[in-house]
Structure formats: structure tokens, C-alpha cells
Design a protein around this ligand. Structure first.
Ligand code: BEZ
Length: 211
């Protein structure tokens, strides 16, 4: 059965390019981005891992640890990293799990047999410090992911975890937020002293509260 939002993220022990890990211990109190790719030495995957390595500082700023996984063995990952570094203007700086026995792929339902019965699809799981699943995404092998979007979602998740707001379509850090529908008008002014703009009774905006 696939994992759903709010489910406990399965823990696992695994071999990675940065040594053996217990996933929960490795995460500690950080947020996590666990993402799978179909195979080593493939072009789209090479660009994706490079893209994540180049924005590691953005993950660090948000207290997020990224970790990749595919069913290829460790020696393949290690050799491939040389190509990633050579071609993607980066130095790999996060672990890749060698999931030859498909333990992680099975626990997170990353193999979709009607797409490919051997390789993982492009799954993304964002995991909160409480080890609960906060976001799932599934992309096909032929489409590389947009990691700026992953950062954007993390900004929204972290904001809405602490403030009674939601974020509108295409929201970016610094833009107005939506007052959560659970907040009555009578509380909104106190909760959001920067002001509340009421467009409809159910559509109320406020400046981003944590800035
Ligand atoms: C790629 O990463 O380039 C790729 C992997 C599997 C199928 C198609 C493309």
C-alpha cells in the first residue's frame, strides 16, 4: 500500500555513498527529502543529482537533509559520482542509497511495475522532523524534477506548520498568504497584526506573518 500524507515515514538501515545509515538517526531533527531515480549513468538522473548538489546551501538554510536512492549497487553510485561532478559543475555533497535489495524502494512503493518493473520511478517524499510524510510526488522516468519547486513547498510547509495560514497558487517566499479558513474573522486581526484583506468571506489575505 502506498504511503499517504500524514503516514509515518518507514525507517530503514541502508548502505550509502557516505557510509551506512539508520534513516531516522541520520535525519535527527531535520526535515528530509528522500528521492528516487531510475538508474545510475542515465542522463536525466545525472542532471537531477547535480541540481540538488548545487542547491545544498538552500536545503541547509531550511534544516533539510536530501538523500537519493536507486536500486544500483554502491560501486556503481561511487563511479557515477565522478561523472556527476565532472558534468554538472558540482561536488556531490549528499548521500545516495544503494538499494540493491529494494528494501527502501518497497517500503516507499517506488517501483511502479506498469511503468518499469525493475527500476524506481522518480518519487519524492518530504518528511517532517516528526517523521511524518508531508508531501509525495511521482514523476515519470522521462521528466526531470524541478527542485526549486521542492524548496518552494518546503517554505510553505515550514511556514504553515507555525502559522494559521495557507499559501496560494504559485506562492513564493515573501508574498501574501491566505488566512486559514479555520480562523474566524473575530480572531484574524489579532493573529495577523499586519492586516487582513478580505476578498470574499472565504478568501482572506495577509502579509507573510514570519517576516
Ligand atoms: C534518465 O535518467 O535519463 C532516464 C532514466 C530512465 C529512463 C529515461 C531516462
Amino acid at each position: 500500500m502506498s504511503l499517504r500524507l500524514g503516514d509515518q515515514a518507514p525507517n530503514f538501515s541502508a548502505t550509502t555513498t557516505e557510509g551506512p545509515i539508520d534513516f531516522y538517526k541520520w535525519l535527527g531533527n531535520s526535515w528530509g527529502v528522500l528521492f528516487s531515480h531510475p538508474a545510475d549513468y542515465t542522463p536525466v538522473c545525472t542532471t537531477e543529482l547535480g541540481a540538488v548538489a548545487r542547491i545544498k546551501a538552500e536545503f541547509d538554510k531550511r534544516n533539510v537533509k536530501a538523500i537519493a536512492v536507486s536500486v544500483d549497487p554502491l560501486d556503481s553510485h561511487q563511479s557515477w559520482i565522478k561523472d556527476i561532478n565532472e558534468t554538472q559543475a558540482c561536488t556531490m555533497n549528499f548521500p545516495i542509497i544503494a538499494d540493491s535489495n529494494r528494501q527502501v524502494a518497497s517500503a516507499y512503493d517506488m517501483i511502479h511495475p506498469k511503468a518499469d518493473d525493475k527500476a524506481t520511478v522518480r518519487s519524492v517524499f518530504i518528511i517532517g522532523p516528526d517523521k511524518k510524510i508531508k508531501l509525495t510526488l511521482t514523476y515519470p522516468a522521462s521528466t526531470g524534477r524541478n527542485f526549486a519547486e521542492i524548496l518552494r513547498v518546503i517554505d510553505s510547509l515550514q511556514l504553515t506548520a507555525h502559522h494559521k495560514v495557507a499559501t496560494p497558487a504559485n506562492w513564493r517566499q515573501g508574498e501574501d498568504c491566505i488566512v486559514s479558513p479555520s480562523v474566524p474573522d473575530s480572531d484574524a486581526q489579532n493573529l495577523f497584526p499586519k492586516g487582513v484583506r478580505k476578498v470574499k468571506p472565504y478568501l482572506r489575505y495577509t502579509p507573510q506573518p514570519d517576516l
